[in-house]
Design a protein around this ligand. Structure first.
Ligand code: UDP
Length: 195
């Protein structure tokens, strides 16, 4: 994977098309990937907190969500192809899932928001299966229960919509037990989809 280092974080240089192709192969190979669509909030967290930076460095794929990171890479003389926004990547992956019959698990946001997101994604991408969903308001004492539910559902895609401070460390901590081909934090995306 061609990357450029931005403040020590390896950001993939691929654009949307190559990113989607790579992750489509990951699903076919059942190879677990923690995908981070990096934004300035995460970069600030990485700069200020060595633990957050180390967590980011364990991700299988980091792409530049916004223009800030695209600019930073350009400024460093080693540009990335284009921005790969998390919200758009979610929909591009759903399109692949539509064609290939993938199973999808939605984790995060308020109960009514994730429920409506599941309903709308099922309508928009009827070739996919929403294998399960659950809200994002639970504590560490419920992690095991949530993990068991996801492992049982055996999805191809796991979208996690919690805050950036929570969603990425949570995926990083549990990805080896979750072993979902694509595990991606999507922030406020469910609020937009259900909206
Ligand atoms: N969220 C959640 N659990 C939490 C905190 C937030 O599921 O403990 C959800 C929230 O409902 C929203 C999404 O995470 O749908 C993004 O939240 P927010 O915009 O506050 O986070 P940010 O992206 O600003 O870090």
């Amino acid at each position: 994977i061609p990357t450029v280092s931005v403040f020590g974080v390896p950001v993939c240089k691929w654009g949307m098309k190559d990113t989607v192709a790579h992750l489509t192969n990951a699903v076919a190979d059942k190879a677990p990937h923690h995908v981070i669509t990096a934004n300035p909030i995460m970069m600030m967290a990485a700069i200020e907190n060595p633990e957050y930076k180390a967590m980011m460095q364990t991700a299988e794929l980091i792409v530049a969500d916004g223009t800030g990171l695209v600019w930073a890479a350009q400024k460093g003389g080693d540009p990335v192809a284009e921005r790969v926004p998390g919200y758009e990547l979610l929909h591009e992956l759903m399109k692949q899932g539509e064609r290939r019959g993938w199973k999808v698990y939605l984790l995060g946001s308020a109960p009514d928001v994730v429920k409506e997101t599941a309903r709308r994604l099922a309508l928009q991408y009827p070739g996919t299966t929403i294998a399960g969903y659950r809200d994002g308001y639970f504590g560490p004492d419920q992690d095991q229960e949530v993990i068991d539910e996801i492992v049982k559902a055996a999805p191809d895609l796991l979208f996690v919509a919690r805050g950036a401070d929570t969603q990425e460390p949570w995926i990083a901590k549990y990805k080896d037990v979750l072993r979902v081909p694509v595990m991606m934090g999507v922030g406020g995306s469910f609020d937009v989809i259900s909206g």
